[in-house]
Design a protein around this ligand. Structure first.
Ligand SMILES: Cc1ncc(COP(=O)(O)O)c(C=O)c1O
Length: 380
């Protein structure tokens, strides 16, 4: 293995990030201080939403969205199996059932044409996932949701900085709430963290309350003094700390640079792989600007005569990481035991047989990009 190991993805941290975190550590506010509000305002402004609520993780963000729309026992969400387990786990936390809609092979995104037939009286929310940084086809999904009285909770954990048609992901044009994750391999990081954006003042107030134990200090039945508060919902402690928010702010200032750099690398890969028959990149649909969180190729392992594990081992030998996004969620042993019915998703199965994410980080050197291209072109 070479010394300069290229992971499939990783964070980019500079001195400005370190200085911002250090300044908060030296201040009076480690949590519930001014950086949280500033970060929320900057995120809202960046995506063009009215409100943003910063929380402790993308998973917490999903959980709060589901709670905010009253998802509970007997309800269902429709989502994609090509996601991290958190998208549907958070519905299980509420006692609801996730149902999985098959995907489109070329994009890895939910197949919108299949959604309407799966809506039942129990369906409460559509939860598209902007896989690999590429927005789902949000306009028809949103129209469908409104036709059936459903909410759209967009899991854009991968897609901060992405665009769909004339809208920035998170601006609320095609979703009631949008969730972003700031886990280290995501478009920007706060270590752990997440945010929800929305344009709905009632949802915003509810999310704020649920993030802090369901406690309010504004809408109370009485107000006997400054010490008083009321708990009106069963909420959680899903707060983000101020040093995380400070990191989020300096990261956000670099987001456009991150996306531009990833875009450039993705274009080089696209160009290098365009004539390969055993290695096919995912397609970014017209009208979408992907945040390029991941670069996924579909490999014909039968044609190359090697297993995925063998290819991953060879890439590791050549000094680069790779990963699979994703194992179909319903394959997980826990899901096998809790799902009311097993999904039928033949395209997801086909996609899963070939999927491999190859290195895509912000600010890869030209030599690193070429190293990956050379390693993949071997497979023809
Ligand atoms: C699509 C998707 N949704 C939700 C999450 C959960 O985010 P977090 O790790 O911040 O809880 C992730 C994280 O990997 C994700 O990839």
């Amino acid at each position: 293995m070479t010394l300069n190991f290229l992971p499939y993805s990783r964070q980019f941290i500079d001195q400005a990030d370190i200085d911002a975190v250090t300044a908060v550590l030296r201040s009076d506010w480690l949590t519930q201080g001014p950086d949280i509000l500033a970060f929320e305002q900057e995120i809202a402004e960046y995506v063009g939403a009215r409100f943003a609520v910063a929380v402790s993780s993308g998973t917490a963000a999903l959980h709060l969205c589901y709670l905010a729309v009253g998802l509970g026992e007997g309800d269902e969400i429709l989502t994609t199996p090509n996601t991290f387990v958190a998208t549907s786990n958070a519905a299980l936390y509420c006692g609801a059932q996730p149902r999985f809609v098959d995907i489109d092979l070329e994009t890895g995104l939910i197949n919108c044409a299949l959604v309407e037939a799966m809506i039942t009286p129990k369906t409460k929310a559509l939860v598209p996932v902007d896989f690999a940084g590429c927005p789902s086809d949000l306009a028809p999904l949103y129209a469908l949701a409104k036709k059936h009285g459903l909410v759209v909770i967009e899991d854009a954990s991968h897609a901060l900085g992405a665009k769909y048609r004339d809208s920035i992901v998170g601006d609320g044009t095609y979703a009631d709430m949008t969730v972003f994750s700031f886990h280290p391999v995501k478009p920007i990081t706060t270590g752990e963290g997440g945010v929800i954006t929305t344009n709905d003042p009632a949802l915003y107030e509810k999310l704020l309350r649920l993030r802090t134990h369901g406690i309010t200090k504004t809408e109370m039945s009485q107000n006997p003094g400054p010490w008083y508060y009321e708990m009106t919902d069963l909420g959680f402690n899903y707060r983000m700390t101020d040093f995380q928010a400070a990191l989020g702010r300096t990261q956000l200032a670099k987001l456009d640079g991150f996306v531009a750099s990833r875009h450039e690398t993705a274009l080089r890969y696209d160009e290098a792989f365009k004539n390969l028959s055993n290695v096919r990149p995912l397609r970014v649909p017209d009208g979408c600007v992907s945040g390029h969180h991941l670069y996924v190729v579909r490999i014909d392992f039968d044609a190359i005569g090697q297993t995925r594990a063998e290819v991953m081992a060879t890439l590791k030998e050549k000094g680069m990481g790779s990963q699979v996004h994703y194992i179909p969620v319903y394959h997980q042993p826990y899901y096998q035991s809790v799902l009311a019915e097993m999904p039928v998703c033949p395209v997801m199965e086909q996609y899963y047989r070939g999927a491999l994410s190859i290195p895509l980080c912000s600010f890869m050197s030209g030599a690193d990009v070429q190293r990956v291209i050379d390693a993949m072109c071997v497979y023809g």
